[in-house]
Write a protein that binds this ligand. Structure first.
Ligand code: GUN
Length: 283
């Protein structure tokens, strides 16, 4: 069993990004990212802080816009319009989830597609589903980079993705399909999850339910990518896989923490750099 060490790979990627950011800065382009956080959800605050810290580490300017929970949709859209028009800004990220009085779709659609470093605008998701280059959401992009780094080929593989969100499951399915894998996307209404997982060469699980994947659901030699993150009452961070019992069966498995999480952050930095490079090319 080999651990898919996202922490180590993300560190190497950040070093490379840092160099590329410095090259751009020497040309007068400082990559910059606006992060919008609405309300005070503790998990969202943690994620936003991690993103800001990573930006700082590589020399990307990040500007946090903390908005009250009761901000109106009109005010939020107006703010995003102003950020869209700011020629020195490369990325705009709206941390999700948004409060229920706000139409998330309308907000994500208001971000200029060329600044949509989260890849959530339908113009970018449409490109992804058509196999055309655009911004790809950070978590699925991080999973692909991690598998690629370990030379894990996808062509012809049977992949089971559990979780069908717009943020992870659906874009990951598109990426893996584009890479030649056969994909089953399972979700809350799937009647027999084990039927799909037991057949899979690669299992990717992004649900947020500790111990959802148990030993009896995994075939010998499978590759397991655990995208779930749950903080237990004890403070321990765990994924969706019963790691201790499943890991011995696997050819490769991600740890939690230290697997996909750090890759997500590195991918966001990559997307912001890519946007800044496009700006430099236009100058
Ligand atoms: N909430 C959970 N995951 C994400 C993410 O990748 N991006 C944003 N903006 N919000 C999230």
């Amino acid at each position: 069993m080999i651990l898919l060490d996202g922490k180590s790979l993300a560190k190497d990627l950040q070093e490379k990004i840092k160099k590329d950011v410095a090259t751009l800065a020497a040309k007068g382009v400082i990559p910059s990212l606006a992060v919008i956080l609405v309300g005070s959800d503790p998990a969202s605050q943690t994620y936003v802080n991690m993103k800001a810290k990573a930006c700082k580490n590589v020399g990307i300017t990040s500007i946090l816009h903390e908005m009250p929970q009761n901000i109106s949709q009109a005010d939020l859209l107006n703010m995003i319009n102003n950020l869209n028009a700011n020629a020195n800004l490369d990325g705009i990220l709206v941390q999700l989830p948004l409060p229920s009085h706000i139409n998330t779709y309308a907000v994500l659609e208001s971000v200029a597609p060329q600044k949509d470093v989260d890849g959530f605008h339908t113009q970018n998701s449409g490109k992804l589903f058509s196999g055309i280059s655009g911004f790809v959401p950070a978590t699925p992009l991080g999973v692909m980079s991690l598998l690629s780094h370990y030379n894990i080929a996808l062509q012809g593989k049977d992949v089971c993705i559990i979780g069908a969100s717009n943020i992870v499951g659906k874009p990951l399915a598109a990426l893996m399909l584009n890479a030649g894998a056969t994909i089953s996307v399972c979700h809350i209404h799937t009647r027999d999850l084990g039927f799909y997982t037991r057949n899979a060469d690669i299992i990717c699980v992004a649900v947020g339910k500790p111990n959802l994947i148990t030993r009896d659901m995994v075939k010998q030699g499978a590759i397991v990518v655990d995208i779930g993150i749950t903080r237990l009452e004890s403070g321990k961070i765990v994924g969706d896989v019963d790691f201790d019992s499943v890991a011995p069966l696997c050819s490769y498995i991600t740890p939690v923490p230290g697997g996909v999480g750090p890759m997500t952050i590195a991918s966001l930095l990559q997307n912001t750099l890519k946007s800044a490079e496009a700006r430099a090319d236009r100058m």
